[in-house]
Design a protein around this ligand. Structure first.
Ligand code: ADP
Ligand code: ZN
Length: 220
């Protein structure tokens, strides 16, 4: 199956996608992670993408769409994939429909994660990620701290804060882009009958792992 994680920054898309990937064997495809890996390796794609990412803007489709096409063409995606961070615009969603229909596939389920805005900002400011590109585990200083401060539980590498996560104004700008460009996808996929909405919030004690369990029940 081809699943899409939808939802604003900091709602836990990466966490849910990672858990679903582990249980299903379908790869997690995070466009943000692919960009960051390319940026740290200083590839041509990374250098181009960084011009936009460092300003908090979306990377243009000319760069993003071919990258996703390449990734979906790899052998490990032939039975399914969990897309995390793509599509982010209605144009990208239409492109994805084309790409999948050429393979005789379609988007089977879209998981729309919602979290109150004030909680989102706090979560992003407290987010720490593993600096090892092979691991990329995500932690939260208050909700989900590592066992040893600053060190990844999985692999022992240093935990770091993403550059774009450290500044509240930059976070608000990314959320504004989400509202403008990405949130129309909620209607787009509702109309196709494939969207489910899942609330993730500390206040109702419902976290990514609860959502992943629910989704796994639905796709069994
Ligand atoms: P966030 O969701 O917190 O913005 P991501 O890791 O998903 O973080 O993405 C980091 C950055 O990479 C985004 O701010 C954006 O600039 C770029 N990016 C990721 N996915 C896409 C996409 N589908 N289209 C355009 N730009 C993207
Ligand atoms: Zn790690």
């Amino acid at each position: 199956m081809y699943l899409i994680m939808l939802g604003a920054q900091g709602t836990g898309k990466g966490t849910v996608a990672g858990l679903l990937s582990k249980s299903t064997g379908w790869p997690q495809i995070s466009t943000g992670d692919i960009f960051r890996a390319n940026i740290s390796e200083k590839t041509e794609l990374g250098n181009k993408a960084n011009e936009y990412i460092s300003k908090g803007q979306l990377v243009p489709d000319e760069i993003t769409v071919p990258m996703v096409i390449d990734r979906l063409a790899q052998d490990d995606c032939k039975n399914g994939a969990i897309l995390d961070g793509f599509p982010r615009t209605v144009e990208q969603a239409k492109k994805l429909d084309e790409i999948l229909s050429q393979k005789g596939k379609k988007v089977d389920m879209v998981i729309n994660l919602t979290t109150p805005r004030d909680e989102i900002i706090e979560r992003i400011l407290n987010r720490r990620v593993c600096s090892n590109p092979q691991c990329k585990a995500t932690y939260n200083l208050t909700m989900h701290p590592s066992k040893v401060e600053g060190i990844c539980d999985n692999c022992g590498a240093k935990l770091v804060q993403r550059e774009d996560d450290s500044d509240e104004n930059a976070i608000k700008q990314r959320l504004a882009i989400y509202d403008e460009k990405t949130s129309p996808l909620i209607d787009f996929y509702t109309n196709k009958g494939v969207l489910i909405t899942e609330e993730v919030s500390e206040r109702i004690n419902r976290l990514g792992k609860d959502v992943a369990e629910d989704v796994l029940k639905r796709i069994k």
